[in-house]
Design a protein around this ligand. Structure first.
Ligand SMILES: [Zn+2]
Length: 255
């Protein structure tokens, strides 16, 4: 997809207009003027859990599916069947999303190699919220998602600072903005090895320190995006959160 297609998608998502193009009924029907058709991004969304299970999983699944249907920019297959994650399946996937996963998901070594190879060769990876509370025993996964969860000291409304508004997944929102969520800290601060898009304003939780909340990184030839927010249904239903997810899907797909 050409870069100039971005504003169209973002506007469609912002307005909730369903992405319908402007009427061209007066334009001559000519193949030479037709917009090029772009295949939708294919998202494989994993919500399996081997530890804590978030109540927001159904909301997450329905919101991501609805975003894809509304925009037409991506299709979503959501699954909790781990054997669905195979080299064969990933060959027809553009973005692998771990949303609200937890614990030591029972991937075998062949599946782990397929996941690493998928992103290394140009596939997209997205982790949301407890995706960092997942697969602690598999260091390559930690590298892929960018950090491992440590604690969630603050479940409250707090201020989130947008550090890089030039990135499509962080565009179009005031900085700082207020949000009710469960705010994570990580075993090791990923800043320095990732590009931080969002961070917690520590003063808003009466704390000191640096608390990144969303970031991007490259992984081989692929792109990885992580957002620590999403504990509650209300976050998934937040129009801003939905816009950043849709933008992250396209960005990690290289669109
Ligand atoms: Zn949570």
């Amino acid at each position: 997809m050409a870069r100039h297609a971005w504003p169209v998608l973002v506007l469609a998502l912002l307005s909730g207009c369903g992405g319908s193009p402007p009427s061209q009924s007066n334009a001559p029907a000519s193949p030479t003027t037709a917009a090029p058709s772009v295949a939708p991004v294919r998202v494989l969304m994993i919500t399996a859990t081997a530890a804590f299970r978030h109540d927001s999983i159904p909301a997450a699944r329905s919101v991501v599916a609805a975003l894809g249907a509304r925009s037409g920019a991506f299709t979503v297959t959501a699954t909790e069947t781990l054997t669905d994650v195979s080299a064969l399946r990933l060959a027809s996937t553009d973005v692998l999303m771990f949303a609200l996963t937890t614990g030591e998901l029972a991937f075998d070594d062949t599946q782990k190699a397929a996941i690493v190879s998928f992103v290394d060769r140009g596939g997209g990876f997205i982790g949301v919220h407890s995706a960092t509370d997942t697969l602690y025993q598999w260091p390559d996964y930690g590298r892929l998602v960018g950090a491992y969860f440590k604690e969630h000291p603050w479940t409250q409304t707090a201020s989130v600072v947008v550090e890089d508004r030039s990135h499509p997944a962080a565009a179009g929102v005031e900085s700082p903005f207020r949000l009710l969520d469960e705010f994570y800290t990580f075993q090791r601060n990923p800043r320095g090895s990732v590009a931080v898009l969002l961070s917690l304003d520590p003063r808003s939780v009466n704390a000191d320190g640096d608390f990144p909340l969303a970031w991007t990184q490259s992984f081989g030839r692929g792109r990885s995006y992580y957002n620590a927010l999403g504990h509650f249904d209300s976050t998934w239903n937040d129009p801003w959160f939905q816009r950043q997810l849709a933008a992250a899907i396209l960005w990690t797909a290289g669109r």
